[in-house]
Design a protein around this ligand. Sequence first.
Ligand SMILES: [Ca+2]
Length: 370
Amino acid sequence: MTTAPVVPTGPSPGAAGAPGVAKTSGLAIASLVAGILGLCTAGLGGIAGLVLGIIALRKIRRSGGALRGRGLAIAGLIVSVCTVLVWVLAAVVVGVLLLPPSSKEVEEDRSPVKRAAAPAVAQPALAAPTAAAPAELTLDLGGGVTMKMVLIPAGKFMMGSPDSAQGPIDFEVPQHEVILSKPFYMGVTEVTQAQYQAVMGKNPSEFKGATNPVETVSWNDATEFCKKLSEKAGQAVRLPTEAEWEYPCRAGTQTAFSFGDDLSALGDYAWWDGNSDKTTHPVGQKKPNSWGLYDMHGNVWEWCADWYGEYPKGPVTDPSGPATGYGGRVLRGGAWYYGGSDYFRCAFRHCHAPTCRDYFFFGFRCARTL
Ligand SMILES: [Ca+2]
């Protein structure tokens, strides 16, 4: 096209072939129109415009510039070329969009964030993970009465007393590793009389007080309370196993008490013979241990789920005690009635018949399966 003769601006003297001029200009116009139409018809018109424009230019060149329409033909060609380019570009874009995703993109699409946004039906095997368990839990016992619990993490600890410990009771040894493989909730306080009344409709306690711990309850009474509360609150409430009691009592320590080995600090954390004035006291008045639990030492003994029996000789996971034991259920933590240091140690074990409700210092606290 760059070598084509210059198109005269005026009518050629030998322009006898007017029909030829008209025909060539018509081709050029057709080229332009086809190119424009090509913009709207996804390329086919553009190709037609190209063909028509080239034919027009060839005829103009053969005529030695006698034929008019070169500008129109060139314009038609430009539009047509642009149309074809747009068409190719559109085809490339569409092709990219329709290409199967790369393995990386597939992996990213399975990320938790995108998974959570995807319909559950479309990704049944990749359901969104459950929300993390809250650190605290409040159970509704009805009548405005609640029970607060805290999340106890899964973990491991050394249960019992070392052989060399001063004054360990025989059944505190051998000290052994316990793994608690699942987190669980533990009552922040002993079960109060208001809580017991709300669930059981009665209060057997000797020392009356809505916020005092319930006492004069047997192991059977305690398990019945947990069963009824589970039905009422729709929660899996139960007594803690003995290991589930000692683990949060220690709260990460291996000392005699959760606050160390200094007996002189006992009064800051526990109601015992030295400060109780011979009665129970409202729960939660002394200092909590570092895991937020009150009265793990003192106030009332706390029933545990296990039968009382010998400890295993090696590491155990999620222990639940012997099958029958020695006829008694475990009690832990000491009580307001008792003096000395032994009864309040984290490792100290006590027991009594599960039917016994003769003592005004036997109480309990609840655990809840996660
Ligand atoms: Ca207690």
